[in-house]
Ligand binder design. Structure first.
Ligand code: ATP
Ligand code: LTN
Length: 337
């Protein structure tokens, strides 16, 4: 009998344009796994509502993100791609999971602390309970692996704790998922502020590379990337504590080319920062070129994207509703006659 494939699942909020961070930290890791795993990837539009969104922009970002997933190599025949709000079971299980997630646990989430410090005028309930909905996203597909960047590790750990708590009361209802984090590229930093994560929704300036940036803009941003004042042979070395800007560039180059940090250091041993920044920029431009061409083509085909969403939501709902029915029954909700 054919062995059942393990399940892989992840999502990204359509809260802005995808960045090099979203790609290297998450999507790149998803794209090569379709044969090995049963894969579910979604646009986390309900999560995007935790910050104020312009409605038309949110719709645009959601569909563009779907086109970009496909352009990044996620074959819709082999991966289930869908919009979170098209599968209402996420929100339904989200409520139940909320009731098994502790105030203290949610209070410890660093993303909540960061986001509430940045958005003091909109610290809403959704921002606080967001990790419970994320746990529901994961548990509802009985996911084994959750491929995310390093910043999401804490949320996956919380998901494991809540799933264990629930299973401890009701028996083996949920699979306990594991984070799946790349060794290189798990935390890409802002090019102008290498102490901060490169992020889709806060634009510090020109320190953020978007997946769809034009080659000349990418080259310009790398040219201006912050390094340090060291010169001479050996200045290009991986030392994230003392040389965060250079370490970030090494990480980006290694991730784009598949080289190790040592190989990058050896390749640029006799070079200065100017040469290196140019090489990093070129490696990013070349990596993104085919993705951008394909994404431009798909982004203008609304009928195709609508059809993908419809099929994806149908496949996802089938799996999600099965878990939801089981959970509702376990906790004592009366089934519909
Ligand atoms: P926002 O700014 O709206 O909070 P974001 O840019 O942090 O968004 P997310 O939607 O939160 O992006 O993240 C999408 C996925 O990409 C997650 O798995 C996250 O861990 C990963 N990711 C995001 N930014 C980076 C980064 N700079 N380096 C590596 N991985 C990242
Ligand atoms: N919280 C994640 C996005 C996200 C997600 C998920 C990731 C929502 N639901 C489920 C993995 C699995 C973020 O902020 N990047």
């Amino acid at each position: 009998m054919e062995e059942k494939k393990k399940v892989m699942l992840s999502g990204i909020k359509p809260s802005g344009d995808l960045t090099l961070g979203s790609y290297l930290g998450a999507i790149k890791n998803w794209a090569e796994r379709a044969e090995q795993f049963d894969c579910f990837y979604f646009m986390a539009d309900l999560h995007a509502l935790t910050e104020r969104q312009d409605p038309a922009e949110l719709r645009r970002h959601t569909l563009e993100q779907l086109a970009q997933y496909v352009a990044c190599g996620l074959d819709p025949e082999k991966n289930t791609l869908f919009i979170q709000s098209h599968v209402p079971a996420h929100a339904q299980l989200g409520w139940v999971i909320n009731c098994f997630t502790m105030f203290g646990e949610l209070s410890r989430m660093t993303q909540f602390k960061d986001k509430s410090a940045k958005n003091a005028e909109n610290i809403n309930g959704g921002l606080f309970t967001y990790p419970a909905l994320m746990a529901a996203d994961i548990l509802i597909y009985q996911a084994d692996y959750v491929p995310v960047g390093d910043d999401q590790r804490q949320h996956v750990e919380l998901t494991r704790d809540v799933a264990r708590r629930f299973n401890g009361i009701y028996g083996d209802v949920f699979k306990i998922p594991e984070p799946y984090i790349p060794k290189i590229g798990a935390r890409i930093m802002d090019l102008l502020d290498p102490e901060s994560k490169m992020s889709k929704s806060d634009d510090i300036g020109n320190g953020r590379i978007k997946l769809m940036d034009r080659p000349e803009d990418i080259m310009r941003k790398f040219k201006r990337a912050v390094t340090d004042s060291e010169t001479g042979a050996g200045c290009i070395r991986f030392d994230p504590v003392n040389k965060p800007g250079v370490a970030n560039l090494i990480q980006i180059y290694a991730s784009c080319t598949g080289e190790t940090f040592e190989q990058v250091e050896a390749e640029f041993a006799g070079h200065g920062y100017g040469d290196f920044k140019k090489a990093v920029g070129e490696s990013v431009v070349e990596m993104l070129r085919p993705i951008q061409t394909e994404a431009h083509k798909l982004m203008s085909d609304k009928a195709y994207l609508d059809e993908l969403c419809r099929k994806g939501a149908e496949k996802a709902s089938y799996v999600a509703e099965k878990t939801l029915r089981k959970v509702y029954k376990k906790v004592g909700l009366v089934p519909k006659a």
